[in-house]
Design a protein around this ligand. Structure first.
Ligand code: NAD
Ligand code: UDX
Length: 472
């Protein structure tokens, strides 16, 4: 089957970059990315490439090459659905905030709306692809909607699962050179196999055949949740040991290096931190826990829930270390945050540890001053308001946002590094020190700074997982 028109519903962090790369690598396919968010679509169409709604290194170049040629961004959802042979559903699947499964299950209302819209609009056969991360067995619900809520025309649907493994900050690299592309489908029928083949041949334009893995649809759906659970588990594992290192004069970076050299363990994803963030890890593990519970698998659920419990502890522990080190009171004291994004090289702040650390400090009446090279002031306030801990006015009173790190740190009692942006390593730390209150405290929540050199300047340093931290 020759694919000529692709539609992607959802122009977010996944839909936008993924489709841009497909369009770049497949000039013979027309790719239309649609969204109900008009502002987002307008930003994707902005002449000024620095205004794209997603910041990802290299994304602007890819968009510049393909946009207007065979890559289009539009709010005309129905039109794009009907014109397409292949439809990717890449809408958000956040944790439910209401009703049954509140705080744990994935909210599938956007997915269901998409399925109903496709069924209502389609007048020709479609391959419908789950690009969003979904609970295992969602494909059967999508199939039931597509097959039973149609518009009366004899349209046939094939459903595939094709989860996305890109990480933010390296999305373009990950898309151009993926470890694997996973395609799950109905391997028991000729139509199912044909659909799998059609999607595989899109990727085959740039991904080597041996890296395109096909499975049954349930394995594919579950593999995505499993991959994120395993990755997050590694971070919680090393973070749990960071606390033990701090008590025993061991150094977590040395421990990580020593265990990472064992090829069975591997060296990646062993960087101790203030806690993992991002839109995926917490949401997907909670979803996994919820699914296990619905099958009555309580031990399985408890096992994975511990990854989240550990992460919450790590964020709180970091904030409490700041408070106790600053003589048990931060009331009225300026604490400067370097970084707000959940990791470097992205403007995404969803579930960022910085939000929770700020929240704890604001509870103690601290004055938080933030500098992040990519995150807007508006976004930071929105993140804090979303927690509902205090009023919007109180958040604005407690937090000030700077577009210059030296201004943010001026007169501060402490600097806390919350994101591992490379530029933080290049600052004139003597200058920062000179402008601060004394003693000048430094809390490196990412383990990126040379704290020995900073101590020579005069800083009192706390580094995640270092056995040399000051006695608290
Ligand atoms: P996002 O919130 O950035 O984007 C989703 C977009 O879908 C939004 O712009 C929203 O307006 C749009 N949308 C929702 N309902 C719609 C509808 N009915 N019609 C048209 N548009 C609609 O989300 P994201 O980060 O791109 O994530 C999308 C999915 O991919 C999620 O399931 C997520 O778990 C998964 N995922 C995300 C990442 C990541 O790094 N962000 C990585 C892998 C997988
Ligand atoms: C993750 C998965 O990596 C990706 O495959 C999936 O598609 C989406 O979810 P993402 O959340 O974008 O990607 O970033 P990732 O690099 O995984 O980092 C997640 C969080 O863990 C960040 O807050 C990061 O700082 C933290 N982290 C990561 C650590 O604290 N230590 C590490 O060693 C690695």
């Amino acid at each position: 089957m020759d694919i000529k028109h692709i539609c992607c519903i959802g122009a977010g962090y996944v839909g936008g970059p993924t489709m841009a790369v497909i369009a770049q690598k497949c000039p013979h396919i027309n790719v239309t990315v649609v969204d109900i968010n008009e502002k987002r679509i307008a930003a994707w169409n902005d002449e000024d490439l620095s205004k794209l709604p997603v910041y990802e290194p290299g994304l602007d170049k890819v968009v510049e090459e393909a946009r207007g040629r065979n890559l289009f961004f539009s709010t005309e959802v129905d039109k794009a659905i009907d014109a397409a042979d292949m439809i990717f559903i890449s809408v958000n699947t956040p944790t439910k905030t209401y009703g049954k499964g509140k705080g744990m299950a994935a909210d599938l209302k956007y997915i269901e709306l998409c399925a109903r819209q496709i069924a209502r609009v389609a007048t020709s056969d479609k391959i419908v692809i789950e690009k969003s991360t979904l609970p295992v067995r969602t494909a059967s619900a999508i199939k039931s909607i597509l097959d039973n809520t149609g518009n009366g025309s004899e349209v046939k649907f094939q459903i595939l699962s094709n989860p996305e493994f890109l990480a933010e900050g390296t999305a373009i690299e990950d898309l151009l050179d993926p470890d694997r592309v996973l395609i799950g489908g109905d391997t028991s029928t000729a139509e199912g196999k044909k659909a799998i083949q059609a999607l595989a041949s899109v990727y085959a334009n740039w991904v080597p055949q041996k890296q395109i893995l096909t499975t049954n649809v349930w394995s594919s759906e579950l593999s995505k949740l499993t991959a994120n659970a395993f990755l997050a588990q590694r971070v919680s594992s090393i973070n749990s040991l960071s606390e033990l290192c701090e008590k025993t004069e061991a150094d977590v970076n040395e421990v990580a290096k020593a265990i990472g050299m064992d090829s069975r363990i591997g060296s990646k994803f062993l960087k101790a931190s203030v806690g993992f963030g991002g839109s995926c890890f917490q949401k997907d593990i909670l979803n996994l826990v919820y699914i296990a519970k619905t099958y009555g698998l309580n031990e399985v659920a408890d096992y994975w829930e511990q990854v989240i419990i550990m992460n919450d502890h790590q964020k709180r522990r970091f904030a409490h270390n700041i408070i106790s080190t600053l003589f048990n009171t931060v009331s009225g004291k300026k604490i400067a945050f370097l970084g707000w994004a959940f990791k470097k090289d992205t403007n995404d702040t969803r579930e960022s540890a910085a939000i929770y650390v700020a929240d704890e400090l604001l509870n103690e009446q601290s004055k938080v001053a933030v500098y992040d090279p990519k995150v807007s002031e508006e976004q930071m306030y929105a993140d804090l308001d979303y927690l509902n801990t205090r009023s919007s006015e109180e958040n604005r009173e407690g937090v000030s946002v700077f577009n210059n790190p030296y201004e943010a740190c001026k007169d501060a009692h402490a600097i806390a590094v919350l994101t591992e942006w490379d530029e933080f390593k290049t600052y004139d730390w003597q200058k920062l020190y000179d402008q601060m209150q004394k003693p000048a405290f430094l809390f490196d929540g990412r383990g990126i700074l040379d704290t020995d050199a900073l101590e020579k300047i005069g800083f009192v340093c706390y580094k995640i997982g270092s056995g040399k931290n000051p006695e608290i």
